[in-house]
Design a binder for this molecule. Structure first.
Ligand code: UD1
Length: 348
């Protein structure tokens, strides 16, 4: 438990004080990078994660870690009761395919989990909440690049629950019956990639899947004709925006696209990933399978709003980000094989 005097102090400001921050999903890819940055900036960080896809080893040393589930009220309340200055709510069921296979689980995690976090933010008067939304809220956007004021019409079950979570967050902050200032911001993240992305989970981001395929000597699989496109944004750039927003009042009540502002087709992505391992389609098989349900065709962020409000711009080119991610993936794969009894196939 922390001292009462600390519990009642007002919200700290980045750079001027030590904040008490909670990162839900902080053992996962995006959450653990956020926790890393906050710890490095000197803040007091608590991570809650149920380890469904996250790994305890991702949690930074300087953070307090609690294995817990946002859908379980008892596990969550203990963290809030100690007092928090900011919550970074990253927990989510992120697989579009799983949202079809198990819509109730998707709803439970993404909507009920968010409602639970909101409930405790209000009960324990947490002044600041940042929410991990997704570009999937737009559905088949009428314009590319897509600005935030584009009407949201999600075309997947997953998109529906992410958008519902976003609306719960913003509608809660607008409640006229609140007796304290509750400031919220959402980030509609595009295809975030980088170190710690899953290499062995077929339901997580395509770039990590392709890297894992190559390292294990498996064919790359492309769903549809491969001409669908995505906007890939490097993890460090995403973390920059989240952390800058905590103390930036220009972001209150708003949603921000976090993408690179340019799109790449999945065919081109496959070629770039192959090239990063000195392979081509002549030396490594690439297979095509039917399109999956709920897929957006083209995706590209208009990032003007974040540029303006946060003075933010992505710093990492795709070539640089891919090189860093491929290096990390190769190292991780080598380490895992060194500790396994049977050596893996594929690229060392
Ligand atoms: C992804 C995230 C989602 C996030 C959104 C915005 C995952 C699983 N989904 O959605 O959580 O909200 O970005 O950041 O991380 N593909 C292949 N072969 C594969 C895997 C995928 O061709 O082996 C294709 C897919 O069919 C799709 C594209 O690659 O057209 C991107 O797929 P994916 O990385 O799964 O993510 P999104 O659906 O874009």
């Amino acid at each position: 438990m922390i001292a009462r005097s600390e519990r009642t102090r007002p919200v700290a400001t980045i750079g001027s004080g030590r904040m008490r921050a909670l990162v839900t999903g902080g053992a996962g890819f995006i959450g653990s990078h956020l926790a890393d940055r906050l710890v490095n900036d000197g803040h007091r960080v608590t991570v809650v994660d149920n380890e469904s896809t996250g790994r305890r080893s991702n949690v930074p040393r300087g953070a307090r870690y609690l294995k817990g589930d946002v859908t379980c009220l008892d596990e969550l309340e203990a963290v809030f009761a100690e007092g928090l200055d900011v919550v970074l709510h990253v927990v989510g069921q992120v697989s579009l395919i799983r949202s079809y296979a198990d819509p109730a689980f998707d709803l439970l995690t993404n909507v009920l989990g968010t409602i639970n976090v909101l409930r405790f933010c209000l009960k324990h008067r947490v002044p600041r909440l940042l929410y991990a939304s997704s570009m999937t809220v737009y559905g088949h956007a009428a314009s590319l690049p897509t600005p935030e004021d584009t009407p949201c019409c999600p075309v997947s079950y997953y998109g529906i629950t992410k958008y519902a979570g976003e609306r719960y967050v913003h509608t809660t902050a607008e409640r006229v019956d609140l007796d304290f200032e509750f400031r919220v911001t959402s980030f509609r993240m595009y295809n975030v990639y980088g170190p710690r992305q899953a290499l062995d989970n077929p339901y997580q981001g395509v770039l990590g899947i392709f890297l894992g395929n190559l390292l294990r000597g498996e064919p790359l699989t492309i769903f549809g004709d491969g001409e669908q496109s995505r906007d890939f944004v490097y993890i460090d750039d995403v973390v920059d925006a989240w952390v800058a927003a905590i103390d930036c009042r220009n972001t209150d009540g708003q949603a921000f696209n976090l993408g690179s502002g340019r799109r790449i087709s999945i065919n081109d992505l496959a070629d770039h990933v192959l090239a990063a391992f000195e392979c081509t389609r002549l030396t490594h098989p690439v297979e095509y399978r039917p399109r999956r349900p709920g897929e957006q065709r083209h995706v590209e962020a208009d990032i003007a709003r974040a540029r303006f409000a946060l003075s933010w711009a992505p710093r990492t080119s795709f070539a640089e980000g891919l090189a860093k991610t491929a290096l990390w993936a190769r190292q991780t794969f080598t380490d895992q094989n060194a500790s396994a009894t049977t050596p893996g196939r594929g690229i060392p």
